[in-house]
Design a binder for this molecule. Structure first.
Ligand SMILES: Cc1cc2nc3c(=O)[nH]c(=O)nc-3n(C[C@H](O)[C@H](O)[C@H](O)COP(=O)(O)OP(=O)(O)OC[C@H]3O[C@@H](n4cnc5c(N)ncnc54)[C@H](O)[C@@H]3O)c2cc1C
Length: 351
């Protein structure tokens, strides 16, 4: 496994459950990149408007999420903040209300259920909303809990974790049944050589996002505030266990620049406070992460030709949501390919 984010670690855990010996090579520390930064919305209602492969994958992953979380929590002993809390999408102008209604009509036909809700009854939000749509199926999870749990579950299942070991090249060797490239926004930087030829990989584009979180501890916090996720245009608010509200997110094309831009964070805080006035004049902390984007918006979850190399990257804004289904697909593919071949397929790693 190349990459120890939620995708690599979920696949490693899934493979280990079928008895495979798995080694994860991680350039830095496991779970420190996008899978640490993500907000953790599991929200087809907020994300999907087309019936494409992403839609099918997302709906299946949403369906199996409760089982994935329950098993992971049981196997690791780590409590995971996962809540099927639902979400409100809000409109503050006639044109936004029209967009909200037509999106909901389209999504209902696709199988994403939502219903109109009285905008004046959405708790905590700025007055004056003209329309609200309630998506009961949208959920949230804390990705940092998932990563902590995956590390424990993988260790218990004898997965070897090799941190601070970046893989630069994958070449033909007879060491592994399969090699999975799951290096998030860095995946296409790994050199892949098959039968002596350098293979060109599907492109992945780093898309930086800023997120902020408000800690409401000791500030007369209303526990019902943001109990249901809230969205308006590009702003979303969700609650974590305890007294934390997360607000996101920006979409920036600036390469791998990790710097937190104070002005951008200020704008996020202002949008959050505009949507939910109780967040005005509160302190917050900010961070950034790199979503692994692809030119067509679809993730790469596939075998590379008939080689023993598998691609699992490009999950863009939905990698936390898509982790369980990706793990199932890749693990099933590798197990099936190895059983058909009857002997290990060639693929080695070079550092
Ligand atoms: C601000 C923000 C908000 C988000 N919100 C959501 C959300 O609400 N819901 C949702 O579903 N998704 C969300 N996402 C997207 C989600 O976080 C990502 O799609 C997901 O984390 C990708 O997981 P990954 O394992 O592919 O990548 P990563 O977590 O980035 O892991 C890749 C790993 O590979 C390692 N690596 C890189 N190069 C090498 C190498 N050469 N050798 C070995 N290891 C290597 C890296 O160090 C890294 O640890 C958000 C992302 C961001 C940034």
């Amino acid at each position: 496994m190349i990459g120890g984010g939620i995708i690599g670690m979920s696949i490693a855990w899934q493979l280990s459950k079928s008895g495979a010996g798995v080694t994860v090579f991680e350039a830095g520390r496991v779970g420190n990149e996008a899978s640490w930064a993500g907000a953790g919305m599991l929200a087809p209602g907020g994300e999907l408007s087309e019936r494409d492969r992403l839609f099918d994958l997302a709906m299946e992953s949403q369906r199996i999420y409760p089982g994935y979380v329950a098993e992971l929590s049981r196997e690791s002993g780590v409590a995971i903040d996962y809540r099927e809390c639902g979400a409100f999408s809000l409109a503050y102008s006639e044109s936004e209300a029209e967009d909200l209604r037509s999106l909901a009509t389209k999504q209902n036909l696709m199988g994403i259920y939502s219903e109109q809700f009285s905008p004046g009854r959405v708790p905590g939000v700025r007055a004056g909303a003209l329309a609200a749509q309630y998506y009961p199926g949208d959920a949230v999870v804390n990705p940092r809990d998932l990563m902590r749990a995956l590390v424990v579950a993988c260790r218990r299942a004898n997965v070897t974790l090799r941190e601070l070991e970046p893989i630069r090249e994958v070449a033909e060797r007879c060491e592994f049944d399969g090699t999975v490239l799951a290096a998030g926004a860095w995946s296409d930087q790994v050199k892949v050589v098959i039968a002596g030829d350098l293979v060109s990989l599907p492109t992945v584009i780093p898309v930086r996002g800023h997120l902020i979180s408000f800690d409401l501890t000791g500030a007369g916090d209303d526990p019902a505030l943001c109990d249901v996720m809230v969205r308006h245009n590009h702003t979303y608010l969700l609650r974590r266990w305890g007294n934390t509200i997360v607000a996101g997110a920006t979409t920036e094309h600036c390469g791998f620049d990790r710097a937190i831009d104070g002005r951008v964070a200020e704008e996020l805080a202002a949008s959050a406070a505009e949507l939910m006035p109780a967040l005005s004049n509160r302190g917050y902390s900010a961070w950034t992460g790199f979503r692994p984007g692809t030119p067509g918006g679809q993730p790469c979850i596939e075998r590379l030709g008939d080689s023993s190399i598998w691609l699992a990257y490009g999950h863009y804004r939905n990698g936390i949501l898509l982790a369980p289904v990706t793990a199932q697909l890749i693990a099933a593919g590798i197990n099936q390919a190895s059983s058909q071949m009857g002997s290990p397929l060639p693929a080695g790693l070079r550092r």
